[in-house]
Design a protein around this ligand. Structure first.
Ligand code: AMP
Length: 452
């Protein structure tokens, strides 16, 4: 099947051609005709399957008739994170190159004023995170009564992030007659319930059965000792022995480990950036931009920060930690092998991770290929580095030792306890041997200088 067969407008087809896409991906093939037929839709697809274009392309076709009015957007796309929202905006720019549409991005961390101005001019497409959208609505700057198409993207992520009550509120503010497109990588019970409440007679399309990993990604697992420095040595060795590595995302389970690993890799001379939830919006965007533009080769990231990011050509994924939620494994390795390219995902596991690895293998329905890595070289290189640092410290300590003892310490060393005198008859308590101290113990002695 070609894009021409899907019912998209000429302008959209020209933009798709300019992007160099030769044929629609399976989710695009299934979803686009349904969206153009104004059906409500549940799309079960993870990022990397081309799902963004599966709603953006038919939306662009639909938006060719009609005009936006001030403060009354015609379409609304909800995204769980600012990065995903910005990525969808990029998609509108790319696929909408032949359209004159106004796209407004309502995300946190950006000034309200610019966003007000865009809304006032009239937005055809509003891309928002739920919290910021409700903020604008409550300030009276936004009317949702003209929204004709609603997209809820990455619904399972919305659930993880606690956005479901916001989504429910937003759905109630929209016209009943709207078309709703709902995308999620997985379909847990709460998500299914949400679709039952807010979608009308939806058609369900699936890119691949939920929780499967792409066939073009080689998945490997390597054993390491538990200590973080051992894992770091294993990671460096894996990177050095990797074939065809152009860039990589390295996942940690905790954001504080992201910072530690980034610093360590920097010290070892890697070109590395970090992405975690505590960074402000500008810093995150900058890091992502640098990574996309190949100014950064390695990106150390946490799950929340990296979920759903569209980075077209990542050759390798390293799981520095085994994810404790098996589904995160699927999301992580979905960052490579995108749009048909091949990729490699290597997981570093310790003996503490056995049950998580078992859960992952059960979820993906296959076992991960064990490989070995020779981390000796990296371990001893790091030990030499530590040795040097320690030697520097020892020298400092040695110097401190050779300093002449202060008069105070000398005084302390030469001071000896006065012998007890015979106070028999008075009320003083007898200490030690009292009167019975043998004479030889009372003789003065020379004390050897102590070592410190
Ligand atoms: P997504 O799943 O929407 O995050 O898209 C993943 C990547 O696939 C993006 O970089 C898109 O530019 C790319 N892509 C989308 N549709 C196609 C297609 N039909 N052919 C080739 N690449 C595509």
């Amino acid at each position: 099947m070609t894009f021409e067969d899907l019912g998209l407008s000429r302008k959209v087809l020209d933009a798709v051609q300019a992007c160099g896409y030769s044929e629609p991906t399976p989710i695009q093939e299934k979803a686009i005709p349904e969206v153009l037929a104004r059906r409500d839709l549940i799309g079960i697809a993870q990022t990397g399957t081309g799902k963004t274009a599966s709603f953006v392309l038919p939306m662009l076709t639909a938006l060719e008739s009609g005009r936006a009015r001030a403060r009354m957007p015609r379409t609304l796309i909800l995204e769980p994170t600012r990065e995903l929202a910005a990525q969808v905006e990029d998609n509108f720019e790319r696929y909408g190159a032949n359209h004159k549409l106004t796209v407004a991005l309502l995300i946190g961390g950006v000034s309200f004023d610019d966003q007000f101005r865009k809304l006032d001019r009239g937005a055809d497409v509003l891309i928002a995170t739920p919290g910021r959208l409700l903020d604008h609505f409550e300030r009276g700057k936004l009317l949702l009564s003209a929204v004709d198409i609603l997209v809820i993207d990455e619904a399972d992520r919305m659930l993880d992030m606690g956005f479901i009550p916001d989504i429910e509120r937003i759905c109630k503010l929209l016209p009943f007659t709207r078309q709703t497109l709902f995308f999620s990588a997985t379909m847990p019970g709460e998500i299914r319930k949400l679709t039952e409440r807010f979608l009308s007679n939806p058609v369900q399309v699936e890119a691949a059965p939920p929780s499967t990993t792409a066939a073009n990604v080689a998945q490997q697992i390597v054993k390491s000792r538990r200590e973080p420095f051992e894992k770091r040595a294993a990671l460096r060795s894996l990177i050095k022995q990797a074939e065809n590595l152009t860039n990589a995302i390295i996942f940690c389970n905790r954001k504080r480990d992201v910072a530690v690993l980034q610093r360590s890799m920097e010290r070892h001379g890697f070109n590395v950036g970090a992405l975690h939830g505590d960074m402000d919006q500008r810093a995150r965007m900058q890091t992502l931009d640098d990574f996309r533009g190949n100014r950064i080769t390695f990106l150390v990231a946490s799950d929340v920060a990296a979920r759903g990011l569209d980075i077209p050509a990542v050759s390798h994924i390293f799981n520095f930690d085994v994810p404790t939620h098996a589904e995160d494994y699927v999301h992580r390795i979905g960052r490579t092998g995108r749009a048909g390219r091949s990729g490699t995902a290597v997981t570093i596991a310790t003996d503490l991770d056995k049950k998580y690895v078992t859960a992952i293998e059960k979820l993906i329905g296959k076992s991960i290929e064990p490989i070995s890595v020779d981390a000796d070289e990296e371990r001893s290189r790091a030990a030499r580095g530590r040795g040097k640092a320690a030697k520097g410290g020892d020298e400092a300590r040695t110097n401190a030792k050779s300093e002449p003892a202060s008069s105070k310490s000398r005084g302390r060393r030469s001071r000896r306890k006065e012998p007890q005198t015979n106070d028999r008859g008075d009320s003083k308590p007898v200490v030690g041997l009292g009167d019975h101290v043998p004479q030889f113990l009372l003789r003065s002695v020379r004390i050897k200088e102590p070592a410190d």
